[in-house]
Design a protein around this ligand. Structure first.
Ligand SMILES: Cc1ncc(COP(=O)(O)O)c(C=O)c1O
Length: 488
C-alpha cells in the first residue's frame, strides 16, 4: 500500500476517518446501561482472538477498520456508568471534543511559538485554580499524572532545602526523612526510590480509624528521626486518600511543618476538585498552608485522562529547580518575549496539551457546572452509604468522609458473627469471587482491595454524575444476587 506519508489526503483518508468517527459514535461514545462494560477474555484467549501481530506490509483500510472495531470490542468502556473501578470514569462530551482537537493539532507545549494558544491558556487556568486556593498562590505546571506530580514535589522540597543538590547530587545533603501516612499513594515510595531518597526513608505514620494522620504521632516520629541524625525534609498530607477518601488534618500538620522547617506537600489528586464546590470547599480548609499541591482534574472533575496539576507557592522554584536552558528550544535572541516559553520550568521536553480539555469543559459548564457535578456525586455517595448501612448483607469498613464508600458483602454464614474462627480469611475470598462473576457478565466493574489488616472489601467511588439512586440499587442488588448464589 502506497500510503506511508504522515499527511492526510482527502482522496485517501476522508472516507476512512469519517468511518472511524461513525464507529466511535456507534460503539464507544453513546454507550447505554444495556451495553456491557467489558467483554472479558482471558489473556490467553485474547491472544488468540485479536490480531496483535505487526507485519512487513501494511493492512488495507477495511482491515484497519476491523482492527479498530475489535479494539473497541475487547476494551473496557470506562465511560459506562457501571465502570466504578478507578478514580476516573465517565466520558465528558466536551472533554472528548477537546481531546480530539488537541490530538488533531498534535501540539507540544514548551515554547510559545509552537503552542501560542495553549501556552496562554495554561497560565490562565493555573492562575484561576491558584486563586481558588488562596492569595499567596500563583504558579504551577501540568503533569502527566498525579504520581509524576508527587515525584516533582519531592524533588522541589529537596531542592528548596539543599539547592546545590541539583549540581552535586545526593552526596551534598544529609540523610533525609519524608513523612506520610500508611494510606498515602504508593507513588511517594516509587519516586523516593527514583530520586535516591530511598523508600525506607519514607516514614509511614499509622493512620487513625478513618485513615487520617495523627499529628502527635507525626511530631513524635519527627523527633525520633532527628535523634537518629536524619533531617526531616517534608510531610506529605493527603486530601482524599485513594482507598478510603480520608482527609489529613492539614492545619495541625502545617504548624508542625513550620516548627521543624519542613516542606508541606498536599496530595489532593483525588480531593482537590472540591475547590469547585461551594458546598464542600470547606473539606479543603487549610490547603493554602501547603508549599505544593497536586490536583488531578482527571479524577473528580471527570476531565479525560490525563490532566494533573502541580501548584507551588514559591514563584521561582519551578524554574530554578528544573531549568537547563537548552538553546535549540529556548534561544536567547527570540523574536518575541521569551518569558512565555514555559518549557524550561518542566522536567519533560515534549509535552501533551492537557490544559485544553479542562479549559474547554470549564467554558462549557462554568465553575457552577463542576459544582453541580460534585454535589450530585456527594449525594450519590451518601445514598450508597445509607443503603449499605441499612441492608443486612453489607457492612461499612469505616465511616465515609468523601465519595469513597468502602464496604463488605457478608455471606449469610458470616453475618453478625465476627468472632468465628477464620472470619478474616473467609471474608478475604468474598469480594474477588463476586468481582470475577461481575466481570465475566460484563455488567459492573467495581474495585476491591485489602487495606492493612482489613480483608478484601469493595470501594464504590464514581466520578460519573449521570449515575442515579436507581443505579446504586441495581449495583447493590447485583452484588447480593451474585453473593447469595456463590456463598450459600
Ligand atoms: C491520592 C492519590 N494521589 C496520586 C494518585 C496518582 O495519580 P495518577 O494516577 O494520575 O498518577 C492517585 C491515583 O489514584 C491518588 O489516589
Amino acid at each position: 500500500m502506497d500510503d506511508f506519508r504522515p499527511l492526510p489526503s482527502r482522496e485517501l483518508h476522508a472516507d476512512f476517518l469519517e468511518k472511524v468517527v461513525q464507529l466511535l459514535f456507534k460503539t464507544v461514545v453513546f454507550t447505554t446501561r444495556q451495553d456491557k462494560v467489558i467483554l472479558w477474555r482471558s489473556p490467553e484467549d485474547l491472544e488468540k482472538q485479536f490480531d496483535f501481530e505487526v507485519r512487513q506490509n501494511g493492512e488495507s483500510q477495511e482491515k484497519l477498520l476491523q482492527l479498530l472495531k475489535d479494539t473497541v470490542k475487547y476494551s473496557v468502556k470506562t465511560g459506562h456508568p457501571y465502570f466504578i473501578n478507578q478514580l476516573f470514569s465517565g466520558l465528558d462530551p466536551y472533554g472528548l471534543a477537546a481531546q480530539w482537537l488537541t490530538d488533531a493539532l498534535n501540539a507540544s507545549v514548551y515554547t510559545y511559538e509552537v503552542a501560542p494558544v495553549f501556552t496562554l491558556m495554561e497560565q490562565h487556568i493555573i492562575n484561576e485554580v491558584c486563586k481558588m486556593i488562596g492569595p499567596q498562590w500563583s504558579d504551577g505546571i501540568f503533569c502527566p499524572g498525579g504520581s509524576f506530580a508527587n515525584g516533582c514535589a519531592l524533588n522541589l522540597a529537596r531542592f528548596h532545602r539543599y539547592p546545590e543538590i541539583k549540581k552535586k547530587g545526593n552526596k551534598s545533603a544529609p540523610p533525609l526523612a519524608i513523612f506520610a501516612s500508611d494510606e498515602c499513594h504508593y507513588s511517594i515510595f516509587k519516586f523516593s526510590a527514583l530520586l535516591g531518597l530511598g523508600e525506607d526513608n519514607v516514614v509511614t505514620l499509622k493512620a487513625n480509624d478513618v485513615g487520617q494522620i495523627i499529628p502527635e504521632d507525626l511530631e513524635r516520629k519527627i523527633s525520633e528521626c532527628i535523634e537518629e541524625g536524619m533531617v526531616p525534609l517534608m510531610v506529605i498530607a493527603t486530601m482524599g486518600t485513594t482507598v478510603r477518601g480520608a482527609f489529613d488534618p492539614v492545619n495541625e500538620i502545617s504548624v508542625i511543618c513550620r516548627k521543624y522547617n519542613m516542606w508541606l506537600h498536599i496530595d489532593a489528586a483525588w480531593g482537590g476538585g472540591l475547590l469547585f464546590s461551594p458546598k464542600y470547599r470547606s473539606k479543603l480548609n487549610g490547603i493554602e498552608n501547603a508549599d505544593s499541591i497536586v490536583i488531578n482534574p482527571h479524577k473528580l472533575l471527570a476531565v479525560p485522562q490525563q490532566c494533573s496539576m502541580l501548584l507551588v507557592k514559591d514563584k521561582k522554584i519551578l524554574h530554578e529547580c528544573h531549568s537547563r536552558g537548552a538553546e535549540y528550544l529556548f534561544q536567547k535572541d527570540k523574536y518575541y518575549d521569551a518569558t512565555y516559553d514555559v518549557g524550561d520550568r518542566y522536567l519533560q521536553c515534549g509535552r501533551k496539551c492537557d490544559v485544553f480539555k479542562f479549559w474547554f469543559m470549564w467554558k462549557a459548564k462554568g465553575a457552577g457546572g463542576f459544582a453541580s457535578h460534585i454535589d450530585v456525586l456527594m449525594d450519590l455517595a451518601a445514598y450508597f452509604e445509607s443503603q449499605v448501612s441499612l441492608r443486612p448483607e453489607f457492612a461499612l469498613v469505616s465511616e465515609r468522609q468523601y465519595m469513597n464508600v468502602c464496604f463488605w458483602f457478608l455471606p449469610r454464614y458470616l453475618r453478625s458473627r465476627p468472632n468465628i474462627a477464620d472470619y478474616h480469611a473467609q471474608l478475604q475470598k468474598v469480594a474477588p469471587q463476586i468481582k470475577a462473576v461481575m466481570v465475566n457478565h460484563g455488567s459492573v466493574m467495581l474495585n476491591y482491595q485489602p487495606l492493612k489488616s482489613l480483608p478484601n472489601f469493595f470501594r464504590f467511588v464514581s466520578q460519573n454524575s449521570s449515575l442515579t439512586t436507581r443505579d446504586v440499587d441495581f449495583i447493590l442488588d447485583h452484588i447480593v444476587e451474585i453473593g447469595n448464589s456463590l456463598f450459600k
